[in-house]
Ligand binder design. Sequence first.
Ligand code: AR6
Length: 172
Amino acid sequence: MRKDAIEVVQGDITRQAIDAVVNAANTSLLGGGGVDGAIHRAAGPELLAECRTLGGCPTGEAKVTRGYRLPAQWVIHTVGPVWRGGKDGEDKLLASCYRRSLEVAVQTGVRSVAFPAISTGIYGFPLERATRIAVREVRAFLEANPGLEKVVFVCFDRLTFNCYEQALAEIS
Ligand code: AR6
């Protein structure tokens, strides 16, 4: 088990010195609030210009752009599900976000990736449920992909940080 390949930190994902940061975007890929707004502000207008060429992104999928003014070289934009009570395929779609983001990362030659807690803000996905899915998917992917060296869960607040620590301790 490559436990040491996963890190949990509290902080701002736009400040992470890492190969790629994942953006919790919407299907338009044209920016928004939350972490999406923060990434676009920090990366600068060139990011939006490149996003305009991508033609949007379906929920559960991922697309890559350059990072422009971010310390990260790449941004992997994924679209999490809006929480609608849990019977609308939300779990599977969220798992797909983590898996597809990591697949795109490996295809891009990325060795380290930072994730925000996708869907747990504006999209309302229950935090504990989301963190368990995130940890499970990332663990499984790391097991199967030794070329990927590090995945960091970047938590904006202490509650999210604690949830990831708990999920990592439970799912071993
Ligand atoms: N660094 C790390 N995490 C952050 C940051 C940051 N700078 N800013 C916020 N978070 P959200 P969603 C956390 O709402 O639920 C946008 O409008 C935040 O505290 O950003 O997937 C998009 O365009 C929470 O833990 O994303 C979509 O329309 C987590 O990031 C919609 O929001 C995700 O919260 C997507 O909603």
